[in-house]
Design a binder for this molecule. Structure first.
Ligand code: ZN
Ligand code: ZN
Ligand code: ZN
Length: 312
């Protein structure tokens, strides 16, 4: 169903999943496949009249066994809303679901890297509006996590730990923090309102987190997303990605046994640079790999900090 081809010039895999062309595209509310199956109503992906959080295999998978996995995580049985409007206890529950999926998928032979993510808004290609995220189990360690492991090696220590400490020392780009986690606009953010939410303690994956840390992480994520929505007073599109340790079993792989790599952090890449202007990846970003930004991280941070306070 899917085919991986190695792109020599880029040194990276490309995943061909052509059946995805036919996936459900922005259905009307009445035909939402992520809503519960109401008595007498049409069957949806979830054969129950109600649920809290639902996880199932993506029907249009980018990866399938024995070459990885693709799952959908539905945050609520209510069609409207977002991570911002869920009850705080539900967001906390979601952290436990993430942890459980990381454990199960990560234990599979064919999954070397578990990536939990959410695409929000048509600006980033969302095809279903019902609040949900996704999980890909990659049959290899993809380039971005591999670059983070290379940063660990370059710094001779955990890069997310070192970067978070530097942000806390500087303070200008810190947005919100509690005992468990810190949200900041990174010193060298690529996107105008890019934010990283990092666990304060060094935790390679959610499996090493204490229950209170999961609760604290949920609180910071929700405060941030509410702040995003308040920033321009509109639902704020973003790509949200959870980075954790690789789950590759081979000892010589970057995330294998004995490797120090991995520190739970959540990265947000929002495409908006103003209330109504999108940042496009164009010549320099695509052809050279160099982002050209027209905002300064310190100014974005101060606007976002105010928005988070306003939304609290
Ligand atoms: Zn729905
Ligand atoms: Zn660390
Ligand atoms: Zn990262």
């Amino acid at each position: 169903m899917t085919e991986l081809r190695f792109n020599e010039l880029r040194g990276e895999e490309v995943d061909y999943a052509i059946h995805r062309q036919d996936r459900t595209f922005l259905p009307s509310r009445d035909h939402c496949p992520l809503c519960p199956t109401r008595p007498g109503g049409p069957p949806t992906e979830i054969p129950f009249p109600g649920f809290e959080i639902a996880v199932f295999d993506n029907r249009f998978p980018a990866f399938t066994a024995p070459q990885g996995a693709a799952e959908v995580v539905v945050y609520t049985d209510e069609h409207g809303g977002s991570l911002a409007t869920l009850a705080p206890s539900r967001v906390e529950d979601l952290m436990w679901v993430w942890r459980h999926r990381y454990l199960e998928l990560g234990a599979r032979e064919d999954v070397d890297y578990v990536m939990i993510f959410e695409n929000r808004g048509v600006e980033v290609g969302v095809t279903l509006h019902h609040p949900h995220g996704q999980i890909y189990g990659y049959p290899f360690v993809p380039p971005v996590p591999a670059l983070e492991l290379a940063a660990d090696r370059r710094l001779g220590a955990c890069a997310p730990c070192a970067l978070m400490r530097a942000e806390l020392d500087d303070g200008r780009r810190v947005l919100f923090e509690n005992a468990a986690a810190v949200a900041y606009v990174p010193y060298a953010a690529r996107w105008a309102y890019e934010v990283h939410v990092s666990l304060r303690a060094h935790r390679p994956s959610l499996l090493q987190c204490e229950p209170l840390e999961l609760r604290g992480l949920a609180e910071v994520l929700q405060a941030l997303v509410r702040g995003y929505d308040a920033l321009f007073d509109r639902p704020f599109p973003y790509v949200m990605v959870v980075h954790q340790a690789a789950t590759a079993a081979a000892p010589d792989s970057p995330g294998g046994a004995g490797s120090p790599g991995g520190h739970v952090h959540v990265e947000f890449y929002p495409p908006l640079r103003t209330a109504d202007k999108l940042k496009y990846l164009a010549g320099s970003e695509q052809g050279a790999g160099t982002f050209i930004a027209d905002t300064v991280p310190e100014e974005s941070a101060s606007a976002l900090r105010e928005a988070i306070a306003r939304a609290a």
